[in-house]
Design a protein around this ligand. Structure first.
Ligand code: ADP
Ligand code: MG
Length: 474
């Protein structure tokens, strides 16, 4: 007997009917039409988006069980939403949406050792006084491996992440440090590893936290005199994921507690996953002993995605949102936004929005407008590293010379210009600028900015430098 969409769906219905109230069955399952079966994916048509959301929210588990019984583990469910078009006399249009099939992350309960010296161990995530230790993993289930598309640019990091997820604490990738520029998927990958671990090892306690929040909690604990509780809490975690560790730069107190937590976890075979916008060698103001720990495991880079990967990311996004878009538009977006996946997604979302709000067809012209606006608006903030590079190139010296302690006039001027532009073009504090440009203090940076302002008024040659460099940097 051949298997068809109809036969599969009828068997599913028989199973579902046995498992829910008759009224619910009538309301939510009778109106569904099986449409297509291909490559183990069953497409079912539902009458509205609300209907689809209701099914996903209340019956996704049941659907999954039913479908797996019929089609095996690799079964997929695709919803086709048929909407009556109220505009003009166009055909009703359809949207295709894959089943997400993923519940929210529940809280994790943790047994605190009875002998614990500290029976009132405080969880920095909850209001003091609550004793029951329930730890929210803080993971976002929408950031998973299924929708983290693979390409040359991320293959190493992605597969290292997979390896860690398969055997947390049991690979030599400990810590796993994922680094790369803005919008290249560090946060997404970090969550994906955690989400995968929770799937495979529901009993492990996983915690995702940004380095910034970690720092705030630490500062809070110092204020409240609960520093030890803070440390103990983190030492109980099985898989600790800290996002954007570059944020710890210059924060020696936080680095110090993190060092202790890290050592404890590492010695006990617990997994640590870190992300950073820089490779360890380029990290500024992170203690040497911590840097050397970072290098114990594996550092894997996320690079800018190549053209093919950009295309598949865009197509996947459209697929997940149930929107169809002409190939030439997708191609145009992929060709023009190259270095940042967040911008790539932003542009396509903006196109989807434009076309659905204005009921406009997506034309190449519209795509051009959106991409142009997008690229302009999100022009990235230049980094202090980049400024130093541009200034030293301009004066034909290397960055080390620019940062050196020498008092030679032309080098001092170059350094002062770099500080001046760092103040002008970045949001970094004077102290942070100083420490990144040759380990100077904030007063030196302030002095540099004043000197540059003065020279700009009095020295024609110097004014020319400023104009040239401003052009190069903006
Ligand atoms: P970062 O933390 O490096 O700044 P994010 O993890 O926030 O970057 O990623 C930016 C956006 O790009 C997110 O919406 C993420 O889902 C998406 N993204 C990044 N890499 C991929 C990928 N390989 N496949 C699909 N989406 C991706
Ligand atoms: Mg991030």
């Amino acid at each position: 007997m051949s298997v068809t969409a109809n036969s599969v769906w009828n068997n599913c219905l028989a199973f579902i009917k046995d498992n829910i109230q008759p009224q619910a069955f009538k309301t939510w399952f009778e109106p569904i039409k099986p449409v297509k079966l291909s490559e183990n994916a069953l497409s079912i048509q539902v009458p509205s988006k609300f209907f689809y959301e209701w099914l996903e929210e209340h019956y996704v588990k049941l659907l999954k069980v039913a479908l797996t019984k019929e089609l095996g583990e690799t079964a997929k469910l695709v919803y086709i939403i048929r909407m009556e078009n109220t505009y003009g006399n166009r055909e009703p249009f359809t949207e295709k949406i894959p089943s997400a099939n993923r519940g929210n992350m529940g809280p994790q309960e943790m047994d605190v050792p009875i002998k614990s010296k500290n029976p009132e161990l405080r969880n920095p995530f909850v209001i003091p006084g609550i004793r029951n230790i329930k730890i929210e993993s803080q993971l976002n289930p929408n950031y998973n491996f299924d929708n983290f598309l693979e390409g040359d640019s991320n293959r190493l990091a992605r597969s290292a992440g997979m390896a860690v997820a398969n055997k947390p604490g049991g690979t030599s990738f400990n810590p796993l440090l994922v680094f790369g520029g803005v919008g290249l998927g560090k946060t997404h990958l970090a969550h994906a590893i955690g989400v995968e671990i929770k799937d495979k090892y529901p009993d492990r306690t996983v915690l995702y936290i940004s380095a910034e929040k970690f720092t705030q909690q630490y500062i809070e604990s110092v204020k409240k005199n609960t520093r030890n509780d803070f440390i103990h809490f983190y030492q109980l975690i099985d898989v600790l994921i800290i996002d954007d560790v570059q944020f710890l730069s210059g924060k020696s107190g936080t680095q110090d507690v993190f060092f202790h937590i890290f050592n404890h976890l590492h010695q006990n075979g617990k997994q640590v996953i870190l992300t950073s916008d820089k490779a360890p060698v380029d990290m500024q103001d992170i203690e040497q002993r911590l840097l050397s720990r970072f290098k114990w495991g594996l550092s894997a880079e996320l690079q800018s995605p190549d053209y093919e990967t950009r295309i598949s990311i865009l197509k996947n996004k459209l697929y997940r949102d149930g929107v169809e878009m002409p190939e030439d538009i997708i191609d145009y977006v992929a060709k023009h936004i190259k270095t940042n996946i967040r911008e790539l997604e932003g542009a396509i979302i903006s196109l989807i929005a434009q076309s659905s709000f204005n009921k406009k067809e997506v034309t190449l012209e519209l795509a051009q407008q959106v991409v142009e606006k997008f690229v302009k608006n999100t022009k990235r903030e230049v980094s202090i590293d980049y400024i130093q590079k541009v200034v030293s190139d301009y004066f034909e010296m290397d960055v080390a010379t620019l940062q050196s302690k020498t008092r030679k006039r032309h080098i001092v001027q170059a350094r002062q210009l770099a500080m001046f532009f760092a103040k002008k073009f970045t949001k970094a504090s004077l102290a942070s600028i100083g420490s990144q440009i040759g380990k100077r203090d904030h007063a030196t940076v302030l002095h540099a900015c004043k000197t540059v302002d003065n020279l700009a008024e009095t020295d024609k040659q110097f004014r020319k430098y400023i104009e040239d460099l401003t052009k190069k940097l903006s």
